[in-house]
Design a binder for this molecule. Structure first.
Ligand code: CMC
Length: 427
């Protein structure tokens, strides 16, 4: 149970009861009002989009959207990006503390030993069309893992949950790379466990059995950072989907498949792909003004992809690190005059100065820059959201595991019903 505040909220219903509601205090951020007893007074709360609703208690990640702060288990994302690695951050998110040297080595070697997927899963891919979107394939094959790993499906068993966590973190890059290889008709590459997480992913993506593939260390570092910057982001749509799915007792692979499905949409993880689509549609710097005008037009549904965030009303701290990484990658690859990049830079400057974006606090978000890096590395646009899913898998698992480590109820929102009242079937 969270710490109760001395303060209480008092809700007075006109011509009705006065209800005292407890307030709980977190260690950081807003206090919450416990509305659980409203139902016994015949009321529900109404908060579409969960704008003012804390759906759970969590100690994994904290975001201060006004200040642009993101902490994982208390550590600022900028410090993790500078000093840590993706797998070390995975350990931190799951277990709550940074690992010792020995714990880190053991964790890494366990992940590396789970990178292969069941051989029969390879044939599963053959059922997809060649032009299937890699996110469609990923939703299917991650859900299908539950048909292959029966020994890690007992969600109330801590050991089963841990094995499932290792399997998911380890196999996601393999499945991601397989989705790509399938789409271009190249053979799947078996993982190489002598390479680190990001290196191995690049090898499985870009290597082939006929040639030796040398991993560029600058690109591998950037890839690791992209995974890390996406590792967790508290109760976003996909994490909430994982929690909600998990609250019914569904197995971990099914829950993560639900997260992948929720991530796919362009308002969430699909935005990185949408950013590139938008930059291509703009096509030339001379067209930027008309696209910005469209984004500001209330009667036009068009939005500038990669701008704005439900929680951040300041610069997304991940975007700052991502921007630095983009500069490093572009310098390493000698890309100085890329037309899409030029459009992106110009768009960023305009949006940061335009009163519409300034007043609405619409800053570039993580997806604005990640697409630029991924494109430079040679990752096809259709794989961008897959990259987000690989990185976010640990966040989904950490939240799912946190939920199962304490008492919880099945998620079951209610509604404000505005349909027909009861009526008789016409005779
Ligand atoms: N371009 C133009 N106008 C925008 C944009 C945008 N990208 N984002 C928000 N607005 C306007 C919106 O029209 C609304 O205006 P008004 O108050 O006049 O109606 C106001 O800003 C608030 O927008 P909202 O939709 O109520 O805000 P939200 O918190 O529900 O939506 C968002 C957040 C991320 C869905 C939205 O900003 C958006 O659609 N951005 C583009 C998609 C995108 O980049 N998504 C990636 C998010 S970061 C990665 C992740 O964590 O998933």
């Amino acid at each position: 149970m969270p710490a109760k505040s001395d303060k209480k909220a008092v809700l007075t219903i006109e011509d009705g009861p006065t209800i005292e509601l407890p307030i709980y205090e977190g260690t950081l951020g807003q206090d919450v009002i416990d509305v659980g007893q409203l139902t016994s007074n015949n009321f529900f709360t109404f908060d579409p989009g969960f704008v003012s609703t804390a759906a759970c208690e969590s100690s994994i990640t904290f975001i201060d959207g006004d200040k642009g702060v993101l902490l994982h288990r208390g550590y600022p994302i900028e410090q993790l990006a500078e000093h840590s690695t993706y797998l070390e951050t995975c350990y931190l998110l799951i277990y709550g503390e940074l690992p010792s040297k020995a714990q880190k080595e053991k964790f890494e070697s366990t992940v590396y030993r789970h990178t292969m997927v069941h051989e029969q899963l390879r044939t599963f891919f053959q059922g997809f069309r060649r032009d299937a979107h890699p996110m469609a394939i990923l939703c299917g094959v991650v859900g299908a893992l539950s048909a292959f790993y029966h020994d890690s499906l007992e969600v109330s068993d801590e050991e089963h949950r841990e094995i499932a966590a290792f399997r998911l973190i380890a196999k996601m890059p393999t499945l991601a790379a397989m989705s790509y290889k399938f789409s271009i008709g190249q053979p799947f590459m078996y993982p190489r466990n002598d390479l680190n997480y990001a290196e191995n992913f690049l090898y499985m993506m870009f290597g082939n059995p006929c040639e030796k593939y040398e991993v560029n260390p600058v690109i591998a570092k950037a890839m690791d950072r992209i995974f890390m910057l996406h590792a967790d982001h508290e109760q976003n749509a996909s994490t909430s989907a994982v929690r909600l799915t998990g609250s019914s007792g569904a197995n971990p692979f099914a829950c993560i498949a639900a997260g992948i499905a929720a991530l796919w949409g362009p308002s969430h993880g699909g935005a990185n792909e949408a950013v590139l689509g938008m930059l291509e549609e703009i096509g030339d710097e001379s067209h930027i003004d008309s696209f910005v005008a469209r984004a500001k037009d209330k009667n036009d549904p068009f939005r500038l992809m990669g701008f704005g965030h439900r929680v951040y009303k300041n610069f997304d701290p991940r975007a700052k690190v991502m921007k630095e990484t983009a500069d490093e990658v572009l310098a390493e690859l000698g890309i100085t005059n890329d037309p899409l990049l030029n459009i992106a830079k110009r768009l960023e400057t305009i949006a940061l100065e335009d009163p519409y974006f300034v007043e609405k606090k619409l800053y570039p978000n993580v997806d604005f820059y990640s697409g630029i890096i991924l494109k430079a590395i040679g990752i096809p646009t259709s794989m961008f959201t897959v990259m987000f899913a690989v990185g976010r898998t640990v966040g989904w698992i950490a939240h799912w595991n946190e939920m199962h480590s304490a008492s919880f109820k099945i998620g079951r929102p209610r509604q404000l019903y505005t349909g027909h009242t009861a009526r008789d079937y016409p005779e």
